[in-house]
Write a protein that binds this ligand. Structure first.
Ligand SMILES: *[C@@H]1O[C@H](CO)[C@@H](O)[C@H](O)[C@H]1NC(C)=O
Ligand SMILES: *[C@@H]1O[C@H](CO)[C@@H](O)[C@H](O)[C@H]1NC(C)=O
Ligand SMILES: *[C@@H]1O[C@H](CO)[C@@H](O)[C@H](O)[C@H]1NC(C)=O
Length: 420
């Protein structure tokens, strides 16, 4: 272990000093109000032969660190003369796109039970599940040289050269094998100067864990947030049981280095020798000043959950007959309806429609309860607030338990917010 640490530090030390050119000059340039025209004139991109390439291997398996590193590189590095492909792996986690609703995309209770992180990334697109059985790849280029097709084609060639695996790139820019089984997910971020495209390749990800983490429940959520499209997925190890994440990383890395910066051609060993090669990256604050701040931010509830586009929830629960007033027969069905609007992850509006049967049988909870819910997080925080509010309505102070009608309401509410 100690040895490995030493090696990492040694290598990343060499790399960060040599490999990273910060974008300070271009930054000053773009503060000018005339930046668009200036940019066009000033930004002469080098010819293909003058672009060198590196493969960065992140030594972290923490999703927030890796997302922060990606963001750091995007903000601070100059890729004009130097294209970078970064590869990494993560401990089990679910990553949602920038404009998605986590309650819709993942089973949040399952994630917290299993201590699986949920992260929101800066790029758009759909939700992916990660574990150590998949490889993440990010291609950094100047914005003008963003080329998704090139990147996917490169991976396709690596799969064939390294493992004899034939794959196809479909219209949705997924890499598929056999009968349309997806082995990759893809998303991108395009900035003014820099762009990146990241994709993930499933090597031997745990598919059972994957479907549990992303299981859809009944939710009653309505939203304009981007919803993920689900496709059948395959592991590359199903096609070739000798393939490992390390092996794939090496194969894709060499393919990247032997391919010229702009055109899919084989530059062979000669071209590999001209590149900057493989470099271990140790994503710490020392090497990447400002990284921990980016990481902190990515980890906050406000970013992961609070950035969810506004949504409404409507759920209907039949009231069990034994909770209704026993002496009466009701014409209409007796249903509890819970409607809610959630903004920035916080409840901004609630309506409880309580059927007459429940009210007559002794439940009276509505208005005052509801004011207690406003501003609460769409989590068990709201459930607790509801329970507290119902309890404070109990007149005698020694009656500190919810009665069975209140328990029923609380249970329904739990199903709405607690994603069970
Ligand atoms: C979500 O996870 C919880 C807790 O592990 C589990 O009880 C529930 O059945 C899961 N929901 C779905 C839709 O799989
Ligand atoms: C890896 O790639 C996937 C798919 O594009 C993306 O959702 C995920 O955020 C990436 N991981 C990191 C750490 O950026
Ligand atoms: C709850 O929302 C549903 C769906 O939006 C709507 O049809 C219903 O009228 C609402 N009920 C109440 C009591 O607000």
């Amino acid at each position: 272990m100690a040895q490995i640490m030493m090696r990492k530090i040694g290598l990343s030390g060499a790399c960060v000093v040599v490999g990273i050119t910060r974008r300070s000059s271009s930054r000053c340039l773009v503060t000018n109000s005339n930046k668009m025209s200036l940019k066009k004139k000033e930004r002469e991109l080098p010819s293909e032969a003058d672009v060198t390439k590196s493969v960065f291997m992140s030594q972290s398996t923490d999703i927030f660190t890796n997302l922060a590193l990606e963001d750091w590189m995007y903000r601070n590095m100059d890729f004009t003369n130097h294209h970078v492909m970064m590869v990494w792996r993560n401990e089990p986690c679910v990553v949602i796109g920038r404009h998605q609703n986590p309650w819709l995309e993942a089973n949040i209770s399952h994630l917290s039970e299993k201590e699986i992180a949920l992260a929101r990334r800066n790029s758009g697109g759909g939700t992916v599940y990660h574990d150590r059985g998949n490889l993440n790849i990010t291609f950094f280029t100047p914005r003008e040289r963003y080329d998704r097709k090139y990147n996917l084609e490169l991976i396709k060639r690596a799969l064939f050269r390294g493992f004899g695996i034939k794959s196809v790139i479909n219209k949705r820019d997924d890499i598929v094998v056999r009968d349309n089984y997806k082995i990759s997910g893809t998303a991108a971020k395009l900035g003014r100067l820099t762009a990146y495209h990241h994709c993930t390749l499933l090597v031997n990800a745990n598919k059972a864990d994957l479907s549990k983490a992303l299981a859809k429940r009944e939710h009653g959520i309505q939203t304009k947030a981007t919803e993920s499209t689900r496709s059948p997925v395959a592991n590359l190890a199903d096609l070739d049981n000798k393939i490992t994440v390390e092996g794939l990383q090496t194969a894709v890395g060499y393919e990247y280095l032997r391919t010229p910066a702009l055109n899919i051609e084989d530059g062979g060993q000669d071209l590999i020798m001209k590149q900057r090669g493989f470099q271990f990256i140790n994503p710490t604050e020392d090497w990447f000043p400002g990284l921990s701040e980016l990481r902190e931010e990515l980890q906050t509830w406000d970013w992961c959950y609070g950035r969810t586009p506004v949504f409404t929830v409507s759920r209907t629960f039949p009231v069990p007959a034994e909770l209704l007033a026993p002496t009466r027969i009701y014409a209409a069905s007796q249903e509890l309806v819970i409607n809610m609007t959630v903004e920035k992850g916080l409840i901004s509006d609630v309506t409880l429609h309580i059927p007459p049967g429940l009210v007559e049988s002794g439940f009276h909870g509505e208005a005052s309860v509801i004011t207690h819910l406003k501003g609460k997080r769409f989590t068990s925080e709201a459930l607790n607030a509801l329970q507290d509010a119902m309890l404070t309505r109990h007149l005698s102070s020694n009656d500190k338990k919810l009665d069975e009608r209140e328990q029923f309401v609380a249970k329904c509410f739990d199903q709405v917010v607690n994603t069970v």
